[in-house]
Design a protein around this ligand. Structure first.
Ligand code: ATP
Length: 304
């Protein structure tokens, strides 16, 4: 069942088309990644889904109801987190959270805030003024704010952008936990492909306002058939290079002792067998399969 249905969504700014009639859905308990190069239309899409920016065409339906006519109801059941939001600088962390708890009409705000502060390792900052927090600490407060009303849908716009690797990892684990335990549905934008591969069930690639690819991370990486075979050779690799040249196999040298070969995965045994046959002393073998990052680069560089 879809909790969000977007149909032909359009946004133009005086002649510029930021989002060009895109359609997609978000299922219950599903995490969908929204990717794309700078200016692709991700933030505009998230802003339209939050009602911050008005759309010029198409429709947004939450829980089967039109967002325009059921705005308040929809907003009560969702929330948003971004690395770039700012809360009130002259209020403490706890005061800021209490303001939102009031807006969301929470029955037991103090308990909920304490629980979330502990979960995000922010208890010691409860009485610190928001403006004196580091950017990563602010992001954590924004994440806490986004979970106060136990949302059914979470729109996350680069939520881990300013977090250190440890807190970013914990945030992702929490997202996975929320999905598992509460079937939370999440639309997630990020420039971090490893993160997207880890948590997203589906990925939507936007480019210049259009959806240019829409699939699971696994199927997207299968689009690239070549794999990089990286061989470290102890003897300078002259023999190996000559062998590859004779066979018209292109390669790249990385320093004196590393040779990188771009090849079909099925041809790797043949290359390794050949290298061993000519007596190359290989001390390390690394096989680098295509990643979502490679897909991203391919799409961003080839789409028009
Ligand atoms: P980034 O990865 O850089 O955050 P994005 O995918 O979020 O990019 P958007 O911010 O949605 O991209 O911008 C999409 C397009 O809409 C861009 O061409 C941008 O210049 C344009 N745009 C966004 N906001 C406005 C605005 N308020 N007025 C005019 N044009 C705008």
């Amino acid at each position: 069942m879809s909790v969000l249905e977007v149909t032909n969504l359009l946004k133009t700014y005086r002649g510029t088309t930021a989002v060009n009639g895109i359609s997609f859905s978000l299922g219950k308990g599903e995490i969908v990644g929204l990717l794309g190069p700078n200016g692709a239309g991700k933030t505009t899409t998230i802003h339209m889904l939050l009602g911050i920016t008005l759309h010029n065409g198409g429709s947004i339906r939450y829980f089967g109801q039109d967002f325009v006519t059921h705005r308040e109801e929809s907003l009560q059941r969702m929330n948003a987190a971004s690395a770039f939001n700012t809360l009130q600088g002259r209020l403490t962390v706890r005061e800021n959270l209490l303001v939102f708890a009031e807006l969301y009409l929470l029955k037991n705000p103090k308990k909920k805030i304490d629980e979330l502060l502990a979960r995000f390792e922010m208890t010691e900052f409860a009485h610190t003024l928001y403006w004196s927090l580091s950017s990563g600490q602010r992001t954590r407060v924004n994440l806490i704010k986004s979970l106060l009303n136990d949302p059914e849908i979470l729109l996350m716009d680069e939520p881990t952008a300013s977090l250190d690797p440890d807190i970013a990892d914990k945030t992702l684990s929490l997202v996975e936990e929320l999905k598992r335990e509460r079937e939370l549905s999440i639309l997630y934008t990020s420039h971090n492909m490893a993160e997207i591969t880890r948590i997203c069930d589906r990925v939507i690639f936007l480019d210049r306002g259009n959806i240019v690819a829409h699939d699971t991370p696994q199927n997207l990486t299968k689009r690239i058939s070549t794999t990089t075979l990286r061989l470290t050779v102890a003897d300078g690799g002259g023999g190996l290079r000559r062998y590859l040249e004779e066979r018209k196999q292109s390669y790249t040298s990385v320093g004196d002792s590393v040779v990188e070969i771009l090849t079909e995965e099925s041809r790797i045994p043949e290359v390794l067998f050949g290298a061993s046959h000519i007596g190359a002393t290989i001390t390390d073998i690394e096989i680098k399969k295509p990643t979502l990052e490679d897909v991203f680069l391919q799409i961003a560089r080839t789409s028009v």
